[in-house]
Write a protein that binds this ligand. Sequence first.
Ligand code: GSH
Length: 264
Amino acid sequence: MHAKKWRESKKTKMKLKVYADRMSQPVRAVIIFCKLNGIEYEEVRVDISKLQHLTPEYSEINPMNQLPAIVDGRFKLFESHAILIYLACSYPGIPDHWYPADVRKRSEIHSVLDWHHSNLRRGPGIIYQNTIPVSVLGRRFNPEAVAEGEKFLSASLSKIESFWLKDKGQFLLGGNKPSIADLSLVCDIMQLEVLDETDRDRLLGPYKKVEQWIENTRSAANPHFDEVHKILIKAKEKRQNLRLKGANNEGGGSAMKKPWLSRI
Ligand SMILES: N[C@@H](CCC(=O)N[C@@H](CS)C(=O)NCC(=O)O)C(=O)O
């Protein structure tokens, strides 16, 4: 449909809703994508730390009780990769590089995205969840789990560096413009920003091409990339305070009493 006609028809419908907690990596990818591409949306906050994603109301939106999810008119969708593909295909004027029309390029993007979920996705999440001394998610520091997460992370970063980034392109599929795969994977790695700088550098420092690719994606997606990731700076400060409190208050505060463990 012609872009102008499409926009007019959209005005009469309800605005796209994105159910979001910006602490979530896949949520950030979806929000940045919308902002970069001028997709109008309403951000509906679902606070994972308050377990709002487990309410019956949210189950109606996403029966899997995870974030992100979207509602576009009567259409509901969960899973960030599926959401990014839906937005890239159904909103007008999205530059081709995000999700190219060429079927082979598209398939290569799917290949990265599928790989993402069973590989890279495990590292930063496990490290994030298990390095909080007294966590709002009901977890505490778990060195074995962190070591396991670091193993997953290094294995994934090393594959990214030696396979997708081995040539001169700035992004995973070569070329000088990012795709939804770059955005999705980089948002995941960004979760490491909540760690102390020495830990973050120890984990990412050996992968120079990965570091450059993160920077390329960040520049291509700025100013929205930095704005949406601001929450991680706050989270880092909060974690430092929690660590201090936890050290002074071994045994845990009220957050420790939550039996339910959430996953970011
Ligand atoms: N494969 C899903 C992963 C979604 C996911 O793991 N979301 C996390 C936040 S990053 C979540 O909702 N965690 C809450 C829980 O699992 O209880 C996607 O890409 O959308």
